[in-house]
Design a protein around this ligand. Sequence first.
Ligand SMILES: Nc1nc2c(ncn2[C@@H]2O[C@H](COP(=O)(O)O[C@H]3[C@@H](O)[C@H](n4cnc5c(=O)[nH]c(N)nc54)O[C@@H]3COP(=O)(O)O)[C@@H](O)[C@H]2O)c(=O)[nH]1
Length: 887
Amino acid sequence: MAAGRPAPRKMRWLRLGLETYVSLPLFMLVLLGVVWAASFHFIGNERVAAQAAARESVGELLDTYEAHVARNLNGIDQTLKLVKYASERKGPTAALPELAQEGLLPPALVFAVSIADASGHIVASNPAASEQNVAGERYFEYHRQRDNGQVYVSETQRDVTRDDWHIHFTRRLNGPDGLFAGVVIVEVAPAYFTSGYERSRQGDLGLLAILGTDGVVRAARIGENTSWGQRLDLAASQEASAQPRTTTLDNVPRYTAMRTLRTYGLVVVVGLAEAEQMAAFEAGRLTHMWEAGTASVVLLILIALVWLWSWQGAKARRRVRRAQETYAAASEANLDAFLVLRAVYGKDKRIADFRIVSTNTRAELMTARSKEEMRNTTLLQWLPRARDNGIFATLCRITAEGGVQQEEWHNDMPEIQAEWMHWQVVGVEGGVVAILRDITESKRDAARIFHMAQHDALTGLPNRNLIGDRIEQSILHAEREGQEVMVAFVDLDSFKLVNDTLGHTAGDELLKTVASRMVECVRKSDTVGRFGGDEFVLVLPQADADDADRAMLLEKVLAAVVRPVVLDGQEVQVSCSIGAAVYPRDGGSRDTLMMNADAAMYRAKEMGKNNCQFYAQEMNAALEEKLALMEGLRRAVDDNQLRLLYQPKVDLASGQVFGVEALLRWQHPERGTVRPDLFIPLAEESGMIVAIGEWVLREACLQARRWQDAGLPPISMSVNVSPRQFDDPHLVRRVAAALAEAALDAQWLELEVTESLIMRDVQQAIDKMRELETMSIALSIDDFGTGYSSLAALKSFPISRLKIDKSFVRDLAHSTDDQAIARAIISLSHQLQMRVIAEGVETEQQRDFLVENGCDEMQGYLFSKPVPPDDIAAMLARPSEVAGAGA
Ligand SMILES: Nc1nc2c(ncn2[C@@H]2O[C@H](COP(=O)(O)O[C@H]3[C@@H](O)[C@H](n4cnc5c(=O)[nH]c(N)nc54)O[C@@H]3COP(=O)(O)O)[C@@H](O)[C@H]2O)c(=O)[nH]1
């Protein structure tokens, strides 16, 4: 710890002490203590004053009572002396009447005066009383024995003759000889001495008492009750008279005082009940306590409220502090730029600008200004354009109304280095916090994704979705403006061939070239889109065009597409077929227009390709026909509508049949025999070819078995394999199963694949062919010469036979080109150690040419059309026509 710096613990307490939620309640508690201390002090003072007053009252009462009793006693003694005097002069019997006559006797109601002779007999009394003797009384004995001139005061006692209680005051009578002659008696009721009791002064529990120096009470009055005969401890009464105490009369504490009347041997005692004397004080004390209590409760409530208020305040301050710290930490670590802006008000009380109070590091990067620079400027100094582009207005509104606003913003302010921003404005006390995020990249990504979702990746043209949208938009526009829209479906005629033979990369290149050529043919406002594969769609909104104009445009597209393209160093030429439909004439919706343009395109294909056709209603019939055929084909396998014909293959040297090609026929229940040219493409298109091909394979193998079982010489069975069949990963397994089912030796099976099929993916084709080769299955290339085989690839294929396509055989007699091609294929085959067969041989001339040029085998109508199995059996049964195994 550094010297002179308070220890952290002390600092914490100090900080805590400075917190209002601690100091204020502490102060209030001290105040509470002061209130109670003052209250107790005040009450104490009042108690002392009340006690002093009580003591003073007792003193005053004693004085008054003593004087009263003394007066009464003097009166009684006066009577005693008078009667004594009269009795000693005139004799006891005459004295009383004389005194009564003179009015010198006290009222008989108050005092009973009597005279007893020396023997104790009452000889005279006023008022008159029955006869009695008092010789046994203590006062009689007292006076008989001594002549001391003193009054004797008896205890309060009951009279023998009257059933009353009296105090007897007596004096001795002497005879003329000075000897004891009896006693004069004055009887006084005890209440006589306490009649001065004033309730207003002494209360209900005040005490007036007269008692002898022997401590025996002669008369005592407390409230309404007068009593006598009790014994009081006089010594105790004299002690500590300042403090209230109880007496044997009752258990009520009283302030008491006493005084001795020595002449009569009596003591007067007065007492004031503490409870009554202190009642006013107690009431006052209670009032004070209530006041202090009430003040305390109020103070405690105030303390609680103050504590709560200051605690909430402290909490709020802590929250604010934490929030500020969190904000500072978060904003520094954040990828968003933070700007805290405080409103600056003008003279008109409206926001004139915003001062930049704080920023974070991200803001520095985004604005290329340091935090210091930012703090020393205002919003409008920094971004002058904010006044006009809506930003300033938004900030003013959020400052005034609070809340949050967020939006994406295409930035037009060069001071902020972001093309696109997401900005969020949060209203805070006296201003706003603006949070800026650079979303340029994500915007570009989104635009890219949006573009990708709507465009073809290869050509960059609108894709199927966007084409649909464009057609719909064009229809809506045309509907409003009373115009027309042409939708044209463009399908490349020989694209598949190019793709299969030159590979996908070349195919892609071709598509891109064709696409850009089509785009060049139309206006910018028109749409050229790629629908998929080699299909394109043109959407051409047309204000005033007729079919002739449209045809001209489409001819332009045809011409552009058909221009040769150089791919991989080879010049390739593809044409296209175009079908067009026009809104509103050929359809009012996107789907109808597309469907009808598609139908027209199919018609263009049927018309020999490389032409365009406008939709006509009957075209749909062809489409429907196609769909109906497809539907029928689905049932063909299950319903046994398929059968195979077999076309013999002849060895040109011997002229004998060495094998057959299985050719499929569909025996349609209504249409009769349907040629494979019609339905094989449909089967290929729908994928049904896999199941159909498997059936062909099995049936061909079984048929070969049947012929062999019939004892006919074994011949080769050729089966055509379509591209989709060839791609089937289970092809080898299916072939093996067909052979196994028919128990046919693999050497009698040959699979024919087209040149274009194997050139699509040379390596894959080689792999598959090798698998088949290991099973001893022969492979031949069908339609050779129509595709693009490379010699290198040809060398790698495990091929045993090439088949010259019939298109080269057809004009063999006249076309020197075809002759050259045929010769080249024959020569090539032989150089590659393959046999060569020509198909479609219909004439002697064709056969002669082939024989002359070394062709090994032929197949064609010249020898036989495809025929049912029985015909083949008949043929094979003639030994001269069979070339023998593997010829
Ligand atoms: N994938 C499969 N394709 C098959 C199957 N069966 C036939 N096909 C293919 O269908 C195409 C048309 O076949 P088809 O109508 O049977 O025509 C064949 C012959 O009838 C015909 N041919 C034979 N000789 C002559 C002739 O002298 N002149 C002439 N004009 N035509 C003739 O040629 C067709 C045989 O061609 P190819 O297969 O190239 O040897 C056809 O492409 C068949 O391949 C099948 O089961 N699966």
